[in-house]
Design a protein around this ligand. Structure first.
Ligand code: ZN
Length: 299
């Protein structure tokens, strides 16, 4: 079951509720292996990757990007996820090895790991400036923060559920979730039914071990006869390359690069998203330096 990572989109039969659901165990496990995350970091990053994929699907067209950033005072410090309209996602957590004593309360470790701080969502439609909005971290369990984000920044009643289930060895057994949004013209009856559905505690990841995202939506949207309007494959994808690495080095500036050339040894740079290492020779550094615009003289 769910060997493939997929995302589905749906609309309730009465067209008053739109929904997204996904299963992305493969992506969460890929992230765990690449970043060698602790169980708490695996769950926090996994939830944020799922959120990124859903928000990416809410964008308009190919090339659109969404970035979700949690900056908290908890032990995980910083989580950053970037996703696009085509179902590709990448991300990292700045302290992948963070562990805490478990309190046994569901979600509590993640809340402590995230702590207090800010959640920023940046939507880039490739038109002028990207749209960026920031809220204070609300619950610290990621799903609750996204729910709050939609009510604050977009004034759209939304409910987000995200969950990752790990095995004894820390490997990901299931990951995924949903996002449900009320249309502006939704009736009170629709709202009441949704509130009732969502108030029941539901083990999302446990359910996804043996069920599809479509089945997850039929549970959350019980009574709404959800119609699937789209399905797409989702995957972990890092777009780093030797060339992009050169661009990153170029941003360090003339002085820094001249210093590296003086040291006369190859420079190794690794990608924060996937850990892939790129090595640049002295000659390549000189080439980067010569591509930089001449510094302006002080007037
Ligand atoms: Zn990379």
């Amino acid at each position: 079951m769910n060997e493939k990572d997929i995302l589905v989109r749906a609309l309730s039969k009465n067209e008053e509720v739109r929904a997204f659901a996904l299963t992305d165990k493969g992506i969460a496990e890929e992230a765990r292996k690449l970043h060698e995350t602790s169980p708490i970091a695996t769950e926090a990053l996994g939830r944020t990757l799922s959120a990124g994929l859903i928000l990416g699907d809410m964008m308009k067209e190919k090339g659109d990007l969404v970035t979700i950033q949690f900056f908290g005072d908890g032990g995980l410090k910083h989580i950053l996820v970037t996703s696009d309209f085509e179902g590709q996602v990448k991300g990292y957590v700045s302290v992948p090895g963070y562990t805490a004593l478990s309190t046994g309360e569901e979600g509590d470790d993640i809340r402590k790991g995230i702590g207090r701080g800010t959640l920023t969502v940046i939507r880039d439609y490739h038109l002028k400036e990207p749209y960026s909005s920031q809220i204070a971290i609300h619950t610290g369990d990621i799903a609750g923060d996204l729910t709050y984000y939609f009510s604050q920044s977009e004034q759209t009643p939304t409910s987000v559920g995200l969950d990752v289930l790990l095995g004894e060895d820390g490997a990901v057994l299931a990951s995924g979730g949903y996002l449900i949004q009320l249309m502006p013209f939704a009736s009170q009856k629709t709202i009441d039914t949704l509130v009732r559905n969502l108030s029941r505690p539901f083990p999302i990841a446990q359910y996804l071990v043996s069920h599809t995202p479509e089945e997850l939506l039929s549970v959350v949207l019980d009574g709404f006869d959800p119609q699937i309007t789209g399905t797409k494959d989702v995957s972990w994808h890092c777009s780093c390359s030797e060339e992009r690495g050169k661009m990153v080095i170029a941003t360090l500036g003339r002085k820094e690069i001249e210093e590296m050339i003086r040291e006369n040894k190859p420079v190794e740079a690794s990608c924060v998203f996937c850990g892939k290492k790129y090595t640049y020779t002295k000659e390549e550094l000189e080439e980067i330096l010569s591509s930089l615009p001449q510094e302006k003289r002080a007037a």
